[in-house]
Design a protein around this ligand. Sequence first.
Ligand SMILES: [Zn+2]
Length: 160
Amino acid sequence: MGLFSKKECDVCKKKMVLMEGYKCADGTICNDCKKKMSPLFTDYKNTPIEKIKEHLVYREANKSRVKAFVAAETFGEYPKVMVDRKHNWFIVTKATKLSDENPDVFDLSDIQNVLVEIEENKRELHFTNKKGKTCSYKPARYEFAYQFKVNIKRIIHSSK
Ligand SMILES: [Zn+2]
């Protein structure tokens, strides 16, 4: 195979342009196929083509779930967690337009555990006096910032 011969995507058979493509366990996938994969699917390098094909079939099915998704509640902003009470689904996404991102739609029943970590950051506030000196308030004043990390653990029911 010459250096400039065009390679084709092992998933969709599209001819790839030079420098295009992502190496996976036993082949190469084109940029279009990579884009269709879930943002949560990060370990494509160790995944065989067959598994990526299966994943893309699931991603197509996910599109119709995204279309049917009705957010009854939305928590947070970036990312946000959206809950569909009718279907008992949830989404975790940073996207503003769901149809563009096609975020994975999970079943609420998949949730096994939710861990919340809270990090507190305390900072003392100061003021500058008439002589230009930085002084502490008496009593001291503080500013608090809280960062919440929510870890949603889910189990996947699979027939395989
Ligand atoms: Zn492709």
